[in-house]
Design a protein around this ligand. Structure first.
Ligand SMILES: *Cc1c(COP(=O)(O)O)cnc(C)c1O
Length: 392
């Protein structure tokens, strides 16, 4: 039996919409992208959406629009993908890495408050909704991350690469911070192959992002060819980037979006099976959800082997691979990555929680078409190894 770590589901209207694009003769950014932007904005409850060719591009454009420049510092969680931090470097600014909470791998209001007390000059935060679990944006004490940032004049760029669709207290992620960025990379919750989306309620930020998305040109190509002003006439107002999403990709995204809730529900079924069958395994710490399971996008299901596990993480990965089970690791913390470690002289002792997670973490297979047989096979094998080869 084989269970891959992730598998894309493309059995909806993908081909139909791609054919429409091919027949239209216009393959790059046009009507399909506009439609995709509108639907994503509606879904997450944001005023504006800007489709780009990756979430990394969205993060870069977002930071640029927020005004991050050379010499600035930006809070970034230590436990994330390098894209969350590299975009800070694109602008010549420096990431300041923060340790995370055990069980969720999130930044919490407490962590943020302490970080602000130690670095009162820092005015930007990149917030990751790890695995699809929303960070604590608001709370009853009025001390949620949004409140703390407002009080301290900190602008938030949300890296929601894992968090589509995620809800927090009845509102979608995408309707909280200054700017939110989603990823439609091949193994994310919905995909366009490669792609991303930036959403915001702020018209000025939106205008800046839209201009910088396409070479700093003040009119986009679609507008140039559809409006009645001459199409050759445009101005360049900044040295922008080439980050627009082609209609071919948006076509896939439109079909995926139709199934986003169905995909989430299917992943949730597998997740429930994991909780039901793994909660009693002493050597395993399961991810903690502080929100109702239905509000979590369940992009990832990362478990952590603790001291009572009879097998180490690397050994377990190999054993499961020999059984035909694909797994992954989210993440090797950024303080372990040569570039960040050397440039900022990072010390593992300053990130005890990320360190603890990293030593034992393994992400289990999770994808919409996962069958009950798949998840039961993974669970059985895993239990067997973590208990110490007791035959079940
Ligand atoms: C995947 C990912 C990104 C980058 O997404 P791309 O669309 O591949 O650029 C950024 N941040 C996190 C946390 C991710 O997992």
């Amino acid at each position: 039996m084989k269970v891959p770590f992730a598998k894309v589901s493309c059995n909806g209207n993908e081909l139909k919409y791609i054919s429409e694009v091919l027949e239209s003769g216009w393959l790059t950014t046009a009507g399909k992208t506009l439609q995709f932007e509108q639907l994503i904005a509606d879904k997450v409850g944001a005023k504006y959406a800007c489709a780009v060719n990756s979430c990394t591009a969205a993060l870069h454009l977002g930071l640029e629009a927020l005004g991050v420049k050379e010499g600035d510092k930006v809070f970034v969680p230590d436990m994330t993908f390098t894209a969350s931090a590299e975009v800070v470097r694109y602008l010549g600014a420096d990431p300041v890495f923060l340790d995370v909470e055990y069980g969720t791998a999130l930044l919490t209001p407490e962590i943020l408050k302490e970080a602000i007390a130690n670095n009162p000059e820092i005015k930007y935060l990149i917030l990751v909704h790890f695995g699809g679990h929303p960070a604590e944006m608001t709370n009853d004490e009025g001390e949620g991350i949004i409140d703390i940032c407002k009080k301290n004049g900190i602008k938030i760029l949300e890296d929601a690469a894992h968090a589509f669709p995620t809800r927090y207290k009845g509102k979608m992620i995408g309707s909280f911070g200054d700017i939110t960025c989603f990823s439609f990379y091949a193994n994310k919750t919905i995909t366009t192959g490669e792609g991303g989306m930036l959403v915001t309620d702020n018209e000025d930020l939106y205008k800046r992002v839209k201009t910088m998305r396409l070479h700093g040109i003040n009119r986009d190509v679609w507008d140039r060819f559809t409006s009645n002003k001459p199409s050759w006439e445009y101005d360049v107002v900044a040295p922008g980037f080439k980050y627009n999403m082609p209609d071919l990709n948006a076509a896939i995204g439109l079909a995926q979006l139709e199934k986003a809730e169905e995909f989430r529900e299917s992943r949730l079924q597998a997740v429930k099976y994991y909780y039901n069958h793994l909660s009693d395994v002493e050597g395993l710490d399961l991810p903690i959800s502080k929100v109702p399971f239905e509000d979590h996008s369940w992009h990832l299901f990362p478990v952590v082997l603790n001291e009572s596990s009879s097998i180490g993480r690397n050994e377990l990965i190999e054993a499961l691979a020999a059984d035909g089970i694909g797994t992954s690791v989210h993440y090797k913390p950024l303080h372990h990555m040569t570039y960040y470690k050397e440039k900022y002289q990072l010390d593992a002792e300053d990130y005890p929680v990320a360190e603890k997670i990293w030593k034992g973490t393994i992400t289990l297979p999770l994808f919409p078409d996962m069958t009950k047989e798949d998840v039961s096979y993974v669970t059985k094998k895993l239990k067997n190894y973590v208990y110490g080869n007791i035959s079940l």
